[in-house]
Design a protein around this ligand. Structure first.
Ligand code: CIR
Length: 255
């Protein structure tokens, strides 16, 4: 089976990105592109086939392609991003995923960012956040329930997306910063807590035999390695200034 990684180039306008929890600091577009290239190489080294969509100078956040579509084995859900500035990002991403899956769409008044959706086996955690509202969660639930997924809603506080606070390092292990998801029901999973000095360390990209993780979080990396998980680190410091992390730069599609 091939694992396709859909990515999108860094926009020349990334300095105008949306920011919620960080102060704006200068972003070096060339360095951001080099780091994004290295991220794609890391995906390829793990066996993924990378398909990169072009950037658009009018879409500062388009590199964060994860937020635009959520792909399951059976269907793809095209989101309606919570930030109005990001809604123009959807057409090329929808075109690409529609070649591979039947497509559903989040409709107004629903909003949903892909960064708030975490699938682990047949469980789908959905964050209700500053970007994803109850209507968006409800529409996703309606799309997934007939397919037999266990959809669990989680309230997200203090960070941008659910996947800032929690991701999966395997089919059984979650990496978690509980401070941002204090009420989450995580029963049935093993938990690795982020190191207390690494609040943003919970975002890992789970591939078949390893995870990709940002180099900024070596102490959380150690905790993962102690569980026998292979960790490949990438430096995404420029994209982090735009509140981006490893999961948000790709959509993984078994093909
Ligand atoms: C935004 O605020 O939408 C972008 N600057 C960052 C999006 C990051 N996306 C993600 O973590 N899934």
């Amino acid at each position: 089976m091939t694992l396709l990684a859909l990515t999108r180039d860094v926009s020349p306008a990334i300095a105008r990105c949306e920011l919620t929890h960080l102060e704006r600091t200068p972003i070096d577009v060339d360095v951001a592109r080099a780091q994004h290239d290295a991220y794609e190489q890391c995906l390829e080294a793990a066996g993924c086939v990378v398909q990169r969509l072009e950037a658009d100078a009018d879409m500062p956040d388009s590199v964060f392609i994860e937020d635009i579509a959520v792909v399951f084995d059976e269907i793809a859900v095209i989101t309606r991003p919570g930030a109005a500035s990001r809604r123009a990002e959807t057409p090329p991403v929808a075109d690409a995923v529609a070649r591979m899956r039947p497509v559903r769409r989040i409709e107004p008044p629903g909003t949903l960012d892909g960064g708030d959706v975490l699938r682990v086996g047949r469980t789908v955690f959905v964050g209700r956040s500053g970007r994803t509202n109850s209507a968006g969660v409800g529409q996703l639930r309606c799309a997934l329930r007939p397919l037999g997924y266990d959809v669990r809603e989680i309230e997200v506080r203090g960070c941008l997306h659910l996947k800032s606070a929690m991701t999966a390092a395997s089919d059984t292990v979650l990496v978690v910063n509980r401070a941002w998801i204090p009420t989450a029901d995580l029963t049935g999973f093993e938990i690795v807590e982020v190191h207390p000095d690494e609040h943003y360390g919970a975002n890992v990209l789970h591939l078949a035999d390893r995870v990709i993780h940002a180099a900024a979080f070596p102490r959380t990396r150690e905790r993962l390695e102690q569980r026998g998980i292979r960790v490949d680190s990438v430096d995404l410091s420029e994209l982090a200034k735009a509140e981006g992390a490893v999961t948000c730069c790709s959509i993984l599609i078994p093909a």
